[in-house]
Design a protein around this ligand. Structure first.
Ligand SMILES: *Cc1c(COP(=O)(O)O)cnc(C)c1O
Length: 402
C-alpha cells in the first residue's frame, strides 16, 4: 500500500472548511472596520458579528442571540463559566463546586484555582466507561453548591455524559449547570430550549473554523461577572475588539455542521467501529479505553501493552498518520493521561495509549491504511521494547514478535 497522509486527530483540531474560509476572507481584506466604530465600514463589521451571533444561537436553540458571548476559544469560555459561576455563587455565600475527574484541564485547573481562593470542589469519579451519572451529581449537591460543571463529551475517550438529566437535577435543586460542550457542538444535536443547561462552552476549531475563536452561552437571567475589563464589547462581559473574521467563520461553520449532523455522525460511527474492531482483532494484548455505548462517533482510544505512546506516535508520524496519545495539551509531559488513570487504567496501559479521532475528511481508505500500518508498527516497537519482553517473561506470554 502506498504511503499516504492520514489526519486522525480531529479532537485536537480540525481543518478550516471551504465555507468558513470563504466567509472570513472579506473581513481579513476590505471589510476591516472595527465593529465599535459608527461609520458604515464599522457598522458592517458589527452586522457581521451580530449575524454570526444569530447563527450560533439558532443552531444551539438559544432563546436569544444576546445569550452568546464570543471568546478566544473553549479554554476561555470554560474559565469564564467556572470562575464566573463560582464568583456569582459566592455573592450569596455558596462556595461549593461539583465537577468530574475527567474534565478538560481548562475546567480542572479553573477549579484548582478556585480551591486556592477558598472554594470547595467535589470531583465526581467517572466509572470504567468514563461516565458520570445524574445520581452521582444529585447526591453531591449541597445547600451551598454554587455550580455543577460536567462536560458533554470527553475529548480523550469520547464518553457522552447524560447532560440533559444532570441539567434537570440542577434546575430542580436551584444550582447553576455549566457544560464544556467543545467536543459536542457541531458533532451532535444540542437543543438548549429543551434542556436545562445554564452555560455551555464551545470552540470553533473543533468544527472546522479557525483557531482562536469560541463562545460561551449564558442563559439570559444569569449576570456573570466580567472576565476581561476594558470595553463594552460582548455586553461588557468580555472587553476587546472582536475577532471579526474568526467570529464570522465560526458562524458559517456551525451552520454548515448543523445541516447534516446525523448523516455525518452515522458515517463516522461506522468507520470508528471498523477501525476499533480491526485494531483489537489484529493486535494482541490491546484494549479499548472507554465504553462502546455512549461514545462520540469519531473516537477510538486503545492501549497496547509494552508500548510507549510517544514512540508509537513518532513511528506513526513517519508512516504519515497524525494521531495522539493522551490529549494533545499534555503530550510532551511524561505524566499519563488523567482521564485514563481516572477510569482505572494502570500507568503502563495509560502510557501505552493511542487516540485516533476521525473527522469529516477521513475516508474508508484512511481506515484501511491505519489498519495496515498499525499492527506492524506495534509489533516492531514491541520487538525493541524491554518493557514488552519483561511482560512476556513475567506473565508467561508467548512473544509473538520473535
Ligand atoms: C479543545 C478543548 C477545549 C479547549 O478549547 P480551545 O479552543 O482549544 O481553548 C476545552 N474542552 C474540551 C473538551 C476540548 O476538547
Amino acid at each position: 500500500m502506498e504511503k499516504r497522509f492520514v489526519y486522525a486527530d480531529n479532537a485536537a483540531t480540525t481543518n478550516v472548511s471551504e465555507t468558513a474560509f470563504n466567509a472570513m476572507l472579506p473581513f481579513l481584506k476590505e471589510q476591516y472596520g472595527n465593529p465599535s466604530s459608527i461609520y458604515s465600514l464599522g457598522m458592517d463589521a458589527a452586522k457581521a458579528v451580530l449575524n454570526a451571533r444569530r447563527q450560533v444561537a439558532e443552531v444551539l436553540g438559544a432563546a436569544r442571540p444576546s445569550e452568546i458571548f464570543f471568546t478566544s476559544g473553549g479554554s476561555e469560555a470554560d474559565n469564564m463559566a467556572v470562575i464566573g459561576g463560582a464568583e456569582l455563587g459566592a455573592k450569596s455565600g455558596n462556595r461549593h463546586i461539583i465537577t468530574s475527574n475527567i474534565e478538560h484541564h481548562a475546567v480542572l485547573h479553573s477549579c484548582e484555582y478556585l480551591e486556592g481562593k477558598g472554594f470547595e470542589v467535589t470531583y465526581l469519579p467517572a466509572d470504567e466507561n468514563g461516565l458520570i451519572s445524574a445520581e452521582q451529581v444529585s447526591n453531591a449537591i449541597r445547600e451551598d453548591t454554587a455550580l455543577v460543571t460536567i462536560m458533554a463529551v470527553n475529548n480523550e475517550i469520547g464518553s457522552i455524559q447524560p447532560i440533559s438529566e444532570i441539567g434537570s437535577i440542577c434546575r430542580e435543586r436551584g444550582v447553576l449547570f455549566h457544560t464544556d460542550a467543545v467536543q459536542a457542538v457541531g458533532h451532535m444535536e444540542i437543543d438548549l430550549q429543551k434542556s436545562c443547561i445554564d452555560m455551555l462552552s464551545l470552540s470553533g476549531h473543533k468544527f472546522h473554523s479557525p483557531k482562536g475563536v469560541g463562545a460561551l452561552y449564558v442563559r439570559s437571567w444569569i449576570d456573570l461577572p466580567s472576565l476581561i475589563h476594558g470595553g463594552a464589547q460582548e455586553r461588557g462581559k468580555r472587553a476587546g475588539t472582536e475577532n471579526v473574521a474568526g467570529i464570522v467563520a465560526m458562524g458559517a461553520a456551525i451552520t454548515e455542521a448543523a445541516a447534516d449532523i446525523s448523516a455525518r455522525s452515522e458515517r463516522l460511527a461506522k468507520m470508528r467501529d471498523r477501525l476499533t474492531d480491526g485494531i483489537l482483532a489484529s493486535i494482541p494484548h490491546s484494549r479499548l479505553n472507554g465504553g462502546i455505548k455512549c461514545r462520540a462517533a469519531g473516537n477510538v482510544n486503545v492501549s497496547f501493552r509494552g508500548i510507549e505512546g510517544e514512540s508509537l506516535l513518532l513511528a506513526l508520524d513517519i508512516a504519515g498518520i497524525a494521531a495522539s496519545s493522551g490529549s494533545a495539551c499534555t503530550s510532551g509531559s511524561i505524566d499519563p493521561s488523567h482521564v485514563l488513570t481516572a477510569i482505572g487504567l494502570p500507568e503502563e496501559l495509560a502510557k501505552g495509549s493511542l487516540r485516533l479521532t476521525l473527522g469529516d475528511n477521513n475516508t474508508d481508505d484512511d481506515i484501511d491504511y491505519i489498519l495496515k500500518v498499525l499492527p506492524d508498527t506495534v509489533k516492531k516497537l514491541r520487538r525493541m521494547s524491554p518493557m514488552w519482553q519483561r511482560i512476556c517473561r513475567e506473565e508467561g506470554i508467548d512473544d509473538y514478535t520473535i
